[in-house]
Design a protein around this ligand. Structure first.
Ligand code: PGA
Length: 253
């Protein structure tokens, strides 16, 4: 059975003290996760170890990097490699967030390389896809997201993608307060799963967790996560407030 996942994306927010207090507050909410549920915290690089230390011993709670380099090592000042993340015991990495696609010009082929390097170093990618408003308004979102999957993931083998995590994040819903309706989310998630089914077969497609991202909050999580092909969320703003994120975790199926 595929995992239901509440993933927090802290982006470039919080000082170390604030990050540690947020982790402490979350620990106080003390929500128990079942074996089919995960909470993953994608935190800035300097907080990976401190935040993981806070959550030490908590079942089904993980820390993720928000990015990694497409290169294995070498003269890439300011970059962080998958090997480095592995060497400090990190297991998950967000790849292809729309903010990195936009501000750092990360395209589908670069993201394919990042996925490869992440898998090589045993990191589990959380691969982000999603369309801009103009694409949605033109009605071409299905084809657009299909191409993102094809160009970044379809070189992988079925065993590589078994149990994979994909986050569908319509750009027009990120940080805007404008959420996709639960019908829009379900429609796109079903489309993503059918694209994966045609490439990898039903069994593999059914093992892949497809998270929705874009203005998820405590008040709308239950309805969105309740959709059959929505397996949780990738949450930005609302993950910075412990009580909000605790409610989001408890909204998982
Ligand atoms: P948001 O961000 O929840 O603040 O819309 C989601 C994301 O970018 O992952």
């Amino acid at each position: 059975m595929r995992k239901q996942i509440a993933a927090a994306n802290w982006k470039m927010n919080l000082t170390l003290t604030e990050a540690e207090s947020l982790a402490d507050e979350l620990l106080q909410t003390n929500h128990a996760l079942s074996d089919d549920q995960l909470a993953i915290f994608a935190v800035p690089y300097p907080y990976l170890i401190p935040v993981r230390t806070k959550f030490e011993g908590k079942e089904n709670v993980y820390v993720a990097a928000q990015n990694c380099s497409a290169n294995k090592n070498g003269a890439f000042t300011g970059e962080v490699s998958a090997a480095m993340l592995q060497s400090i015991g990190i297991e998950y990495v967000v790849i292809g967030h729309s903010e990195r696609r936009e501000y750092n010009h990360e395209d589908n082929s670069l993201l394919a390389k990042k996925i490869d390097v992440a898998l090589e170093f045993n990191l589990k990618p959380i691969f982000c896809c999603g369309e801009a408003l103009s694409i949605r308004e033109a009605g071409s979102q299905d084809a657009y997201v299909g191409t993102q999957l094809e160009e970044s993931l379809f070189h992988l083998s079925p065993s590589d993608v078994d149990g994979f995590i994909i986050a569908y994040e319509p750009i027009w819903a990120i940080g805007t307060g404008r959420t996709a309706t639960s019908e829009q989310a379900q429609q796109m998630h079903a489309h993503i799963r059918s694209v994966l089914t045609s490439k990898y077969g039903k069994e593999v497609a059914d093992s892949i967790s497809i998270l929705y991202g874009g203005s998820v909050k405590a008040s709308n999580a239950k309805e969105i996560f309740g959709q059959p092909d929505v397996d949780g969320g990738l949450v930005g703003g609302a993950s910075l407030v412990a009580s909000e994120f605790a409610t989001i975790i408890s909204s998982l199926k």
